[in-house]
Design a protein around this ligand. Structure first.
Ligand code: Z5A
Length: 215
């Protein structure tokens, strides 16, 4: 669980409700780190381009209906299928800036409040995945986020669902979690994001152990 990988890349994760600015900030962060000579790459989950990812995409767009437990396991499988590549990149010294991961997985399914699918059940399939070194939680009320051009047409893009997702996210906060007030200008949010990410990159360069999630 705590093997040392000196000089490895950092795993920096963005989480938050829809429209909080994850895509904007993750893209800008990768550019910033690259400018500083850090080997950095942007990843996002779900990865809609694998076979499993295509099933998830068709569920999110409403093209297909899938059992809630089954689709939850597909989201998790979509992370497991990327695990080896993720570990290889981190060990090769590449920093991964990741837009959504297992915290979204647990929060979105638990937000459905279905019998049997509580937060612990939702976390279980992701136990053992690589853990992020820092989780940047872009905090914003779903009401404020909705003002950013309104929600799209995908399955979960509704204010009531997003409110419940925000509640579940707060239950998932752990020692990796850093809350950033996302209801500010892009530049103000970015300044804080940079500090958190640069700290994580420095710690990993010094050999901070790569941990596993929810073990
Ligand atoms: N999901 C799940 O159920 N289970 C799982 O395991 C995983 C995911 C991994 C995937 O959506 C859906 O799958 C998601 C969770 C679920 N469902 N929902 N909802 P996605 O990842 O493809 O889409 P998204 O995360 O919802 O992305 P988004 O809508 O694009 O939001 P965002 O990336 O956080 O925000 P943004 O695109 O950077 O910004 C939104 C707008 O605000 C845009 O016009 C920006 O220019 C603007 N913006 C950004 N920052 C600012 C500031 N600071 N001020 C003003 N305006 C701003």
């Amino acid at each position: 669980n705590t093997a040392k990988h000196p000089g490895r890349g950092a795993f920096v994760l963005f989480e938050g409700v829809d429209r909080c600015g994850k895509t904007t900030q993750s893209q800008r962060l990768v550019q910033h780190l690259k400018g500083k000579g850090v080997d950095a790459e942007l990843w996002r989950f779900p990865d809609r381009f694998t076979a499993i990812g295509r099933m998830i995409d068709s569920y999110l767009t409403g093209e297909t209906d899938t059992d809630d437990a089954a689709v939850h396991l597909l989201f998790s499988a979509n992370r497991w299928e990327k695990r080896e590549a993720m570990l290889a990149a981190l060990r090769a010294g590449r920093t991964l800036i990741v837009d959504r991961y297992a915290y979204s997985g647990a929060a979105f399914t638990a937000a459905k409040n279905l019998p049997g699918l509580d937060l612990e059940w939702c976390k279980a399939p992701d136990k053992g995945l690589p853990a992020p070194d820092a989780v940047i939680f872009l905090a914003m009320t779903p009401e404020a986020a909705a003002l950013r051009g309104g929600y799209g047409n995908e399955r979960y893009e509704k204010e009531e669902m997003q409110r419940e997702v925000a509640r579940q996210f707060h239950l998932l906060a752990d020692d990796r979690w850093q809350t950033v007030d996302a209801a500010r200008s892009v530049e103000d949010v970015e300044a804080e994001v940079r500090r958190i990410a640069e700290d994580a990159v420095a710690c990993c360069l010094e050999g901070a152990p790569l941990r596993v999630l929810w073990a």
